[in-house]
Write a protein that binds this ligand. Structure first.
Ligand SMILES: [Zn+2]
Length: 369
């Protein structure tokens, strides 16, 4: 079989009409016209080419590399010295130097429906990984992390908060001591938690709330203590925070963010997000991004132990109603500032499920009881 095409000498943009002839299973002959002395033969070359001579070289097939056509680029045969032969018809060259793997790849490259299906499959794999793989991996990493990590992260976050956002509590010390005592007694009646809980009082302008940190710290803001009308109402929120500690939501949130940053860093080569995640503010922001599922888990935990300790979730429902009223009132007061999200909650709270939805769930728990 004779294959016609063009011959490109090594490191040259020139090309010459050429022909390839298959001599045997293992040898081919390349024939071309050189306009000048440009090309020297290799060990396998059977003749030396001179200026204006018809040149003929013989090559061992094993020394040659067939590059299959890529998109619109033709198939080409690469010689060990860097020269190339490009056939007039790629198919002819491919047939003569059939490479089963290359042919298969070429077929795949031109199979557009298959390319589309591959993209969809890749996208679905990504979605499944982030939806199910990531939480599973996160829970696994949190399990194997030494407890010191949760302690260090918790201490660092409290330091950062104290430095930037929180002020000392202005509640009377006697009231703080009374709530602390009740908290300790309440914790003693609960199953053991992954870390020892500790209650802290702080003041923050952002509105009545409480926070749980990874080291077991529960931070209660003065405004929440003031808003609560009964000890049981305040305890319901403390139990909610203990629910976050029981399920290790803060560490899960931090590890999840770190894994997410690491995944993005692997894909994009951008690693600053990973560093941010491990700095104080990054950890705090990550831990505030509790998913709705985490809030529900913490609510369920609180509801379960409100039923055990108080025989009802009613105080928790009342507390949520008070919080909703407070949010509505502050929404009304700061409507002009644009600091609130659409549902009326402060923007940093907007990831929490709507209070009305949470109250409804608690009412269902009460009926079950
Ligand atoms: Zn919460």
């Amino acid at each position: 079989m004779i294959i016609s095409g063009y011959f490109h000498p090594p490191h040259s943009s020139e090309k010459y009409r050429a022909e390839i002839l298959r001599l045997s299973e293992q040898r081919i002959q390349l024939e071309y016209d050189l306009g000048h002395q440009a090309y020297s033969d290799s060990d396998m070359c059977s003749s030396r080419c001179r200026a204006n001579e018809h040149c003929r070289t013989v090559w061992r097939v094993d020394d040659l590399t067939l590059s299959p056509p890529l998109g619109r680029l033709p198939a080409k045969l690469d010689f060990p010295d860097g020269s190339q032969f490009i056939a007039d018809e790629s198919a002819q060259l491919q047939q003569a130097f059939r490479n089963p793997r290359g042919a298969w790849l070429h077929k795949l490259e031109r199979h557009f429906p298959l390319i589309g299906v591959s993209f969809v499959a890749l996208f679905l794999c990504g979605v499944l990984f982030f939806r199910y793989g990531m939480p599973w991996l996160t829970a696994g990493v949190v399990q194997v992390l030494p407890p010191q990590v949760a302690e260090i992260v918790g201490e660092q976050v409290l330091d950062t908060l104290d430095h930037h956002l929180l002020e000392s509590s202005q509640l009377p010390l006697a009231q703080q001591a009374e709530i602390k005592l009740r908290f300790v007694k309440m914790v003693a009646q609960l199953p053991p938690l992954p870390v020892e809980p500790q209650l802290h009082f702080r003041r923050w302008q952002a509105g009545p709330n409480a926070l749980a940190l990874s080291d077991g710290s529960v931070i209660v803001f003065d405004s929440l203590v003031v808003l609560a009308q009964t000890p049981a109402q305040l305890d319901s929120i403390l139990l909610h925070e203990l629910g976050h500690i029981e399920h290790q939501h803060v560490m899960k949130s931090v590890v999840h963010s770190a894994l997410l940053s690491a995944s993005i860093a692997v894909v994009t080569g951008e690693s600053t997000g990973l560093i941010d995640t491990f700095t104080g503010v990054g950890v705090f922001l990550a831990s505030q991004g509790y998913s709705r599922d985490a809030e529900r888990e913490a609510d369920d935990y609180a509801a379960e132990y409100m039923l055990t300790l108080y025989g009802s979730t009613r105080p928790m429902i009342e507390m949520f109603a008070l919080l909703a009223e407070n949010i509505a009132a502050s929404h009304h007061a700061t409507k002009q500032d644009g600091e609130l999200s659409d549902d009326g909650a402060p923007t940093w709270l907007s990831t929490h499920p709507a209070l009305s939805e949470r109250i409804e769930r608690l009412q269902q728990r009460n009926e079950l009881f």
